[in-house]
Write a protein that binds this ligand. Structure first.
Ligand code: HMH
Length: 222
């Protein structure tokens, strides 16, 4: 009998939803070079709001790693690396927004974004186990990594002015970072109770659904 990890099992079981999140028409339109630039600007402004709400979640996961992980020094280093990248990302959003003439201070969070941010907040609840939060965290990062890596493959027609965006999430280092998060998630899942495993699988599915809604929101334009 083949031994597979829990995340691998879930990726196979929910592959339709996973592919829906990682190969969304928004991503396909970048890859095919026919993206509507107003969609891209919508995504840019909304994702800036999202990333700022993501920082407190990562901070909460970091605290839980320090308190409750079996390998807290490894986990803390990986998560802290993610925090550092987010610091960089916020600066990048500001620079990119000015390039596209998007005014970040005027942007209002749209419904799908508000709902995703509310979900992030729910993961910071003290009752939520480290295992559940780290699974969600991995899934959030993995969807972006895989989506944008898809726009960098040979033969893509990704517009030159969007290459940097795709590189930011789709680069090799970002892939290694996601693998580190996935290893932490699988290690935690291995010793988790059935109840925690179920909650983690639900959190994984919620992330995929929110990601699809987020792309839909951007794809639909302003
Ligand atoms: C909506 N999901 C969304 N935005 C992001 N920046 C990431 C994931 C990963 O960083």
């Amino acid at each position: 009998e083949e031994k597979i990890t829990m995340t691998e099992r879930w990726l196979r079981k929910h592959s339709l939803l996973y592919v829906g999140a990682t190969r969304h028409p928004f991503i396909r339109s970048i890859r095919d070079g026919n993206i509507d630039l107003s969609s891209f600007k919508t995504w840019l402004g909304q994702d800036y709001i999202f990333v700022r709400a993501f920082v407190p979640l990562v901070s909460s996961v970091l605290t839980n790693a320090w308190k409750g992980s079996d390998d807290s020094s490894n986990d803390m280093e990986v998560i802290l690396g993610g925090m550092a990248a987010l610091n960089d990302e916020i600066a990048w959003f500001k620079k990119e927004a000015s390039k596209w003439d998007v005014h970040l201070s005027n942007i209002v969070s749209q419904k799908a974004n508000q709902e995703y941010c509310r979900f992030l907040e729910s993961l910071m609840n003290p009752e939520v186990k480290y295992t559940v939060a780290i699974v969600a965290f991995w899934a959030i990062e993995a969807v972006y990594q895989e989506s944008f890596a898809h726009c960098l493959e040979d033969g893509c027609k990704t517009p030159a002015e969007l290459q940097e965006t795709c590189q930011r999430w789709g680069n090799e280092g970002s892939g290694l970072y996601c693998n580190s998060l996935r290893k932490i998630a699988d290690r935690q899942l291995q010793k988790a109770s059935d109840d925690v495993k179920t909650k983690a699988e639900v959190a994984f599915l919620r992330v995929l659904e929110h990601e699809v809604d987020f792309w839909n929101m951007s794809y639909g334009g302003t």
